[in-house]
Design a protein around this ligand. Structure first.
Ligand code: PLP
Length: 378
């Protein structure tokens, strides 16, 4: 089976597995315990925090370990719901992950507003600038890169605009981290990430907050993580996440992601040539090197998916969290794709271990499946 669903989750890489095993076997303590074994666990957490702070360019104390990005994103909305006045709005992009949308709607109701995006899937900076001149929300949230389309968002520009108006800026960097260099991300006031998208284990992530600031905890019952999040820290998975990130940053320092972007582009060229009528979603925007969102010329998603699965390719219809839902993707709807079009969109997301030959094999398989889909329709 060739795996093209890394934006949903990625296999745990060797470095991360070894780090997890080492910490599990040799660092069994609770980081809050007052003895030497506890001290070793606490030192491992400190080292991991320092490493992440180094990559993000922030202070170690700004980082809180979480169970993943869903929790981190919920923490942000919960914190602002508890601290903003009853009239304040939060603005998040219309293409955020459901864990941002749902928690924003849960805590803010109608005071949660959605920042529009263009047909190419990029948030509308002109809209943001114009609206900020008029109204000041309590928070602006814009993801670093979209999970369905791979479209990179102008988070640096949005951050600069928000600074101008002194509005806190939050970015969900889940799909960026470990695929693009993380330098500078720590400038965002609030930033979330998760290990399982870049070769770390599932069930671990983080929230970065402004320096010397407190967060109203979502999980109560202990003083861990500077009182921001109760519960015994899972040292092995945190250490493992940092081992994965460190390895990915090294690969990016060697520009290994650039070559993978070329393979992705070659695949898109083949796709457009072999399957005329295919549309690459967000084709005119800068996109992550691993993601292709394609509007297929005919047939429904599930049919394509089943046939590709049989042919040995694991692909996706978009966000794993919305697979099986009847409604079309909210991301494609925000990009102004019609519902019937959205139901024809497939997402192919490669990983660091995907080869050029894998992309070629996928292009050939798609051509074959297309012939079958077309034949069945005729
Ligand atoms: N944000 C984005 C952009 C994602 O792609 C995902 C996972 O699909 C999440 C948040 C949720 O992350 P986690 O699985 O760590 O809770």
């Amino acid at each position: 089976m060739i795996y093209f669903d890394h934006n949903a989750t990625a296999p745990v890489m060797r470095e991360a597995r070894e780090a997890w095993l080492e910490a599990t076997e040799h660092n069994p303590g609770n980081a809050s315990s007052p003895h030497q074994i506890g001290g070793r666990a606490s030192a491992a957490l400190k080292e991991a925090r320092e490493k992440l702070a180094h990559f993000l360019d922030c202070q170690p104390a700004d980082i809180t370990w979480t169970s993943g990005a869903t929790e981190a994103n919920n923490m942000v909305m919960h914190h602002f719901a508890r601290t903003l006045d009853a009239k304040s709005e939060v603005w998040v992009s219309a293409i955020e992950h459901p864990c941002v949308h749902e928690s924003a709607k849960h805590y803010f109701g109608k005071r949660a507003k959605f920042i529009p995006v263009t047909h190419d899937g990029v948030i509308d900076l002109d809209w943001l600038t114009a609206e900020l001149a008029d109204t000041r929300p309590g928070l602006v949230g814009i993801m670093a890169a979209n999970n369905e389309t791979g479209v990179i968002q102008p988070w640096r520009e949005a951050l600069a605009i928000c600074r101008q108006y002194q509005v806190p800026f939050f970015s969900d960097a889940v799909q960026w981290l470990g695929k693009m260099p993380s330098k500078g991300l720590g400038e965002c006031d609030y930033l979330s990430g998760a290990a399982h998208k870049f070769g770390g284990p599932r069930g671990v992530g983080f929230l970065k907050v402004p320096h010397r600031s407190q967060v109203t905890p979502l999980i109560l019952g202990g003083k861990q993580e500077q009182g921001r999040r109760a519960g015994t820290e899972n040292v092995p998975i945190i250490v493992s996440m940092l081992a994965a990130l460190e390895a990915r940053e090294k690969q990016m320092a060697r520009s290994e992601h650039i070559l993978r972007g070329v393979w992705r582009e070659n695949f898109e060229r083949q796709l457009l040539h072999k399957l005329p009528g295919t549309v690459i979603v967000g084709a005119n925007s800068p996109r992550l090197w691993n993601t292709v969102s394609a509007l297929m010329p005919e047939g429904v998603q599930l049919r394509w998916l089943t046939k590709l699965d049989k042919a040995g390719f694991a692909v996706s219809t978009g966000s794993a969290c919305t697979t099986g839902k009847e409604e079309p993707s909210h991301v494609l709807a925000a990009m102004n794709f019609k519902s019937v079009e959205a139901h024809r969109v497939l997402r192919f997301s490669s990983g660091w271990e995907t080869t050029e030959a894998d992309w070629d094999a996928l292009a050939n398989a798609l051509a074959k499946v297309h012939a079958e889909v077309h034949h069945a329709k005729a």
